[in-house]
Write a protein that binds this ligand. Structure first.
Ligand code: G4P
Length: 193
């Protein structure tokens, strides 16, 4: 998505060689009309995939998933995140999965109430960043626990120098990223064509 790449170049701040801060339109302040365009871009990519629900993870996935859901005309559900990685085995009304964050070097637990993903649903997973793919894989795990199907994975910014794509493709999912950053540093931000 050309406008996204231009926006990353204009407003993105590179921290070291691995972290891209895009707080002024995506991760802290939200540029609503621009995120709406991002939602539309996901709709164009996945409109023939039979999507019945969109699933994301709090916090920064929410605006993007919300925007996409408006174009699909389907509900948006967000997984809630809990710092205690251990599953609550007594919570029978929840689907849960454990996610390890390489960025934060810690595991956390994600949860979705069972009534919000149904067997037979075709779920589009959406997230703001793809780094190592663990959050996307955890969301896909929840979709499978529910007897639903992953229609695809839509990512706003993929860090192509980390192994998230490999992780989710190995699991057999279609993944579409609106911008793929191949490297960051002294030569600026290099996007995959
Ligand atoms: P993974 O799911 O792909 O394996 O990624 P990882 O755990 O390593 O990432 C942890 C958090 O850091 C995620 O957000 C992810 O979106 C974010 N993240 C990873 N790399 C970058 C980056 O280069 N720039 C920015 N801005 N974020 C990055 P989170 O902690 O769940 O945060 P939030 O959604 O609650 O804001």
């Amino acid at each position: 998505m050309k406008r996204l790449k231009e926006r990353i170049v204009k407003d993105g701040k590179v921290i070291g060689t691995e972290i891209l801060k895009v707080d002024n339109f995506l991760n802290h302040q939200v540029d609503v009309p621009f995120i709406d365009e991002i939602g539309k871009a996901f709709y164009e990519l996945f409109k023939d995939a039979g999507v019945t629900r969109i699933l994301t993870i709090e916090a920064s996935g929410i605006p993007v998933a919300f925007a996409a859901a408006r174009f699909f005309g389907v509900p948006m559900v967000y997984a809630k995140k809990f710092p205690n990685a251990v599953k609550d085995e007594s919570a029978e009304h929840l689907y849960q999965s454990e996610v390890y964050s390489f960025t934060k070097q810690a595991s956390y637990n994600i949860r979705v109430t069972k009534e919000y993903i149904r067997p037979g649903d075709k779920i589009l997973i959406i997230d703001d960043f793809l780094a190592n793919g663990k959050a996307a894989a955890g969301l896909a795990d929840i979709v499978h626990q529910a007897g639903a199907e992953v229609a695809g994975i839509g990512i706003v910014i993929e860090k192509g120098f980390q192994n998230g794509r490999q992780t989710v493709e190995t699991l057999g999912y279609r993944i579409e990223s609106l911008a793929i950053v191949d490297s960051m540093g002294e030569n600026g931000i290099v996007f995959r064509e």
